[in-house]
Design a protein. Structure first.
Ligand code: SF4
Length: 216
């Protein structure tokens, strides 16, 4: 649908109302990927590409039990890793990436996960979205990572007309206070996953309805 014309002031005002509604609806918004530390979060986020969080959570307990540290995973046979994660999409590529990622962490960063998203995104299997999610959730570095849920919701709410995740993220960051960026990512993921779903958005029960030009 076409977004109605509005001034940038009007859009910012609407964005503030959306933020308030999301804070009320998801006061504890955080990732649903199971993890106990930044390494596990990094691995789980790499695995979540083209996979659901539930699917990832089904394989990670066995993965982390067998290879609990970067040092252990760096020594793993990618074939063995593949056997543990083969219920996920792109499992072969992901298995190779995870071992290469762990090797890089050990060789270049002393087995620690870097906190800088610019450094993270250069690691094997780590793109812009994963780097932003991990830097935000593990180290509190502000950023709005854009996955399929965030992108869909941002467009339906007419907060962006951009198509690429990077551009959508920049549009959102211009509309919301920096201190709320990490919360906003998690809240938008949850809202897109459970309310503003791709096929059948549940507009009648949506707390964003008063501020949403796409409300049906
Ligand atoms: S009102 Fe409907 S389209 Fe708009 S955000 Fe809510 S569920 Fe999505």
């Amino acid at each position: 649908m076409a977004c109605p014309p509005e001034t940038s002031e009007e859009r910012k005002k609407r964005a503030r109302a959306i933020l308030r509604a999301l804070k009320a609806a998801y006061p504890e918004a955080r990732t649903e990927l199971l993890h106990k530390n930044s390494f596990e979060l990094l691995v789980a986020t790499v695995l979540s590409a083209q996979a659901t969080d539930k699917g990832v959570n089904r394989v990670t307990p066995a993965l982390f039990a067998r290879w609990p540290t970067p040092e252990a995973l760096a020594q793993a046979d990618p074939e063995e890793v593949g056997r543990v994660i083969r219920s996920l999409g792109l499992w072969r590529t992901k298995a190779n990436n995870l071992v290469a990622l762990a090797q890089r962490l050990v060789e270049a960063y002393g087995g620690e996960v870097p906190s800088d998203p610019e450094v993270l995104r250069k690691l094997p299997g780590v793109g812009w979205k994963t780097a932003t999610v991990v830097a935000g959730a593990a180290f509190g570095v502000p950023g709005i990572a854009v996955d399929t849920h965030v992108a869909r919701l941002a467009r339906r709410l007419c907060l962006t007309g951009a198509k690429t995740p990077e551009r959508i993220g920049r549009d959102l960051e211009a509309l919301f206070p920096r201190k709320d960026w990490i919360f906003l990512h998690h809240a938008m993921v949850l809202h897109g996953r459970y309310v503003c779903t791709a096929r059948k958005p549940r507009c009648q029960e949506c707390p964003l309805r008063p501020y949403c030009p796409s409300a049906g």
